[in-house]
Ligand binder design. Structure first.
Ligand SMILES: [Cu+2]
Length: 426
């Protein structure tokens, strides 16, 4: 049996419990209080020391993150550097490969400068100078961007040099010749190398310190073919106009003999010429020309006017077929102005002095070639017949007034010729 007190307590306890449950369920204030109490209990479980440690940990974590970010950035920079280096190295490798390819594919030409007997008119053998025994010298035909290797062998009794007129080359190749730099002594060989970067028509000859060698026959054409041909043509013909001075005697032994080689850094060429000695003016010029003879009057000379080394009527004719597109590369290697005329056609001037294609193009039946000019013209063979291409200057297109002679050639349509040659049918 329970005591009365115990019974009372139980009764009161149970009644309180039921009161609490009933009230909590019913009243929102009790709910709020309950949550606040819970939050307080949770906050009391974290001591102040623990919070500080946590904060420090968070700070160091942030620092690490920053460091990691910086390291990542550094790595990225390094990677970029490596990428840059690789691409640079690849570029160098490609340049080197190209260079090697170029070296391997260098187009080589040999020029033998020597004294030569040259037939102009029948029975008229002129003692002159030539490259490889012919006037003009061999054509140097290269592609744009190609490495040209030109080996000059001096088989003359005097020094010589080489200029690639119009082609922009390093000074070691085309500057004023000096010892070891383009001045080639008798019996010596010199290699000139350059990459031809300009398409067009050019020419080669000895440099200004050896001027009379050019007039005695040392010259030749250079054609740099463009990588992209702008307009097709059927025939590509080079014509070099020049004068050849006929000397009654052999080529003077002292032609260009008195050129003193320049040493590196030296600015002047010391030479002897009769006129300049008389003027007492030897030190003024870097370009002391060389006289025919020392102190003597130049020998009397007769001049032949030539196209590709020959005078009319021995200059080969230009044979055409109707409808052909013809390109003429005209080079004036002489000392005189040549007024050139083509019969029956109008020449379209497409380039002057190299690769500059002229826009808009101009058309001419007569054009003027100044000394050293190169003019590229094109025309369409649309007027069948037999025509002339010649200098309008009578002394240039005759042999002392007798025709045919000098700078003149025949332009003819081969179909007409074939028809003329066919036996007449009845
Ligand atoms: Cu020149």
């Amino acid at each position: 049996m329970k005591s009365k007190l115990s019974q009372q307590f139980s009764a009161s306890h149970s009644s309180r419990q039921s009161l609490f449950s009933r009230t909590a369920k019913a009243d929102p204030i009790f709910r709020t209080l309950k949550s606040a109490l819970a939050a307080l209990l949770v906050s009391m479980t974290i001591s102040p020391m623990t919070a500080l440690a946590d904060m420090e940990e968070a700070d160091s974590l942030a620092e690490e993150q920053v460091k990691e970010k910086e390291e990542l950035k550094d790595m990225q920079n390094e990677l970029n550097d490596i990428k840059g280096n690789i691409s640079g190295a690849l570029g160098e490798l490609s340049d080197l490969t190209k260079k090697m390819d170029n070296q391997a594919n260098a187009k080589e030409f040999h020029l033998f400068a020597r004294e030569t007997g040259w037939d102009t008119y029948s029975g008229s053998n002129v003692h002159c100078l030539s490259y490889n025994g012919k006037i003009p010298g061999p054509p140097i035909v290269i592609q744009e961007g190609e490495l040209a290797k030109i080996v000059l062998h001096n088989q003359m009794k005097v020094s010589t040099s080489l200029q690639f007129h119009g082609i922009v080359v390093p000074h070691t190749v085309g500057g004023i010749p000096r010892s070891g730099q383009g001045l080639v002594e008798p019996g010596q060989t010199f290699v000139f190398q350059f990459v031809a970067r300009q398409p067009g028509t050019f020419w080669y000859h000895p440099q200004l310190i050896h001027p009379n060698q050019k007039q005695l026959g040392l010259y030749g054409p250079i054609v740099v073919q463009p990588r992209l041909k702008s307009r097709p043509y059927d025939k590509d013909i080079t014509l070099i106009f020049s004068e050849l001075r006929k000397s009654p005697q052999a080529v003077p032994a002292n032609v260009a003999a008195k050129v003193t080689p320049l040493k590196a850094g030296q600015a002047k060429v010391k030479t002897t010429t009769s006129e300049e000695s008389a003027e007492g003016d030897q030190q003024k010029s870097n370009f002391r020309a060389v006289a025919w003879t020392d102190g003597a009057t130049p020998p009397e000379v007769e001049t032949d006017y030539l196209i590709n080394g020959k005078p009319a009527p021995t200059v080969p004719a230009i044979e055409l077929r109707k409808g052909e597109r013809v390109k003429l590369r005209l080079i004036n290697a002489g000392q005189e102005i040549v007024p050139l005329q083509l019969g029956g056609h109008r020449m379209e001037i497409v380039a002057v002095n190299g690769g500059d294609r002229l826009e808009p193009h101009v058309f001419r039946d007569t054009l003027t070639l100044n000394p050293s000019d190169r003019v590229d013209v094109e025309f369409t063979a649309d007027n069948p017949g037999v025509w002339s291409l010649c200098s309008e200057s009578a002394h240039q297109s005759s042999r002392k007034g007798r025709f045919p002679g000098g700078m003149a050639l025949v332009v003819r349509y081969s179909e007409l010729r074939a028809r003329q040659q066919q036996p007449q049918q009845e």
